[in-house]
Design a protein around this ligand. Sequence first.
Ligand code: CA
Length: 170
Amino acid sequence: MENLQTEVLEIEFNEFSKGLPAITELDFAKILLRYTYLQSDQYEMYLERLLDRIPEGRGITFTEFKSFCQFLNTLDDFAIAMRMYTLADQPISQEEFHRAVKICTGTELSPHIVDTVFKIFDDDGDGQLSYKEFIAIMRDRLHRGFKHTSRSEGWDAFKQCVKSEMKAVV
Ligand SMILES: [Ca+2]
């Protein structure tokens, strides 16, 4: 399972890295925003805003990318934690995000990738991420390919996601 997952992620990563050890922050954003419900002008806005916020990126390595994708696979658990924060009317800081991801999923994300995610999704520019800014958009993305199938989670959901992504690539 682990190997298949890694292979699929490598395919996605290599599509942008063209053999280099890292992809740009902008490429990373493009991968994340694929299959979201954003309108094309909103999509452009996200990318332009990211370029303003990270004028000279240092890139995202495959290890960073893979950790983040593993985290996305367990987004539902994370969403519950985020919901609790949001109910208390508290969008979360980078440090809290990092800690919550580790607690919920056991995944350790690099500070750089967390910073990049915040720079992509922090819509109101307060330096924090709210449920609406991040989870709502990422959930659209994950669930988009599953509309015509019965509810599934975990590995089954991942396999379906792989299938729909592979189709989309071809
Ligand atoms: Ca914000």
